[in-house]
Design a protein around this ligand. Structure first.
Ligand SMILES: Nc1ncnc2c1ncn2[C@@H]1O[C@H](COP(=O)(O)OP(=O)(O)OP(=O)(O)O)[C@@H](O)[C@H]1O
Ligand SMILES: [Mg+2]
Length: 295
């Protein structure tokens, strides 16, 4: 039985400012198993980064429950949180300027986080990671000599330096060109094949269509989920396919733990409801929703 890597139940995050309170997560439920590669999509402001930041231990959730690799993000003290951030999760951002040091070489940058842990053979491990992201030939270059896409690959190597159980990436291909985005995505794919659990936020439709499991966040909750069709599983690296056009996934609505389902607006409008009452019936193995006035 695979262990649950992420278990979020009724997760709530409230940001308080002087004037207002923002409900960034509104009872989010999500389970991610060890070894999964999951993408999160959703409109701007829907709560994607907030959720990732909670999982990464960068910010504290307000209510609900959140376990990552068996650690309870609600009860951890500051010291435990420091260890958690160093050993359990690795983080890649859209713009990685803030975690790369320009005056060090690529290799030194990758070895840096290992100095805080007791990793053996730091140099060998760093070279292995650079090889994995296709950057060994640039190991002696300084960061400011690299392109955005190359820096992003180094950032992935750094995020993996302490062998995190979970790799988190927030828009990792947000500021690179299509070719680099594909390359970076392939790096994530390869990592996942070798067992790395990955959770990645992306706006990139073409990339999200190549992911086995895509969860959509709307108003701080998971609203729907897409699962890659079997027929595409072995074709993910075929670049003759126009992934943007292809219908690669089956889409499902999400039943929350209280039995609620969000009905997509475009389906609901067919019922021409006058008020907010809806009839629910069960016929021939199907749950049927109908307009009570039309019966
Ligand atoms: N530190 C903060 N203080 C106050 N409000 C915040 C803070 N961080 C996020 N929010 C608010 O919480 C909501 C969710 O923001 P979040 O950054 O999670 O969205 P997102 O889905 O990542 O959007 P984007 O796609 O634009 O990155 C937004 O309304 C945002 O304004
Ligand atoms: Mg965001």
């Amino acid at each position: 039985m695979p262990e649950n890597m992420i278990q979020a139940d009724g997760l709530v995050k409230i940001y308080k400012t002087k004037q207002t309170e923002v409900l960034a997560l509104q009872g989010l439920d999500l389970t991610v198993e060890e070894g999964e590669l999951t993408a999160i999509i959703g409109n701007s402001g829907s709560g994607k980064s907030t959720f990732l930041n909670m999982i990464g231990g960068l910010d504290r959730p307000s209510a609900g429950s959140l376990f990552v690799a068996g650690s309870n993000l609600f009860t951890m003290n500051e010291k435990q949180l420091v260890h958690y951030k160093r050993d359990t999760v690795g983080f890649v951002w859209q713009n990685n300027g803030r975690n790369l040091l320009p005056y060090l070489t690529v290799l030194e940058n990758v070895m840096l986080p290992m100095n805080l842990s007791n990793t053996k053979n730091k140099r060998a491990k760093a070279l292995e990671l650079l090889d994995m992201v296709g950057m060994s030939s640039k190991r002696r270059s300084r960061m400011n000599m690299l392109s955005g896409g190359e820096q992003q690959r180094i950032a992935i190597a750094i995020a993996l330096a302490n062998s995190p159980k979970l790799l988190l990436a927030d828009e990792p291909t947000g500021s690179v060109d299509v070719k680099t985005a594909n390359y970076i995505f392939d790096v994530f794919s390869e990592l996942n094949k070798s067992g790395q659990t990955i959770l990645i936020v992306t706006h990139d439709v073409a990339l999200s269509k190549k992911v086995k499991r895509v969860v959509a966040i709307r108003d701080g909750k998971i609203s729907s989920e897409r699962v890659l069709k079997e027929a595409y599983a072995d074709r993910l690296q075929e670049n003759t396919i126009d992934w943007r056009q292809e219908d690669t996934q089956d889409e499902y609505a999400i039943l929350d733990r209280a039995g609620r389902v969000q009905i997509p607006a475009e389906i609901l409008q067919n019922l021409n409801l006058k008020g907010n009452k809806i009839s629910i019936g069960y016929h021939d193995g199907k749950v049927v929703l109908s307009n009570p006035d039309a019966e």
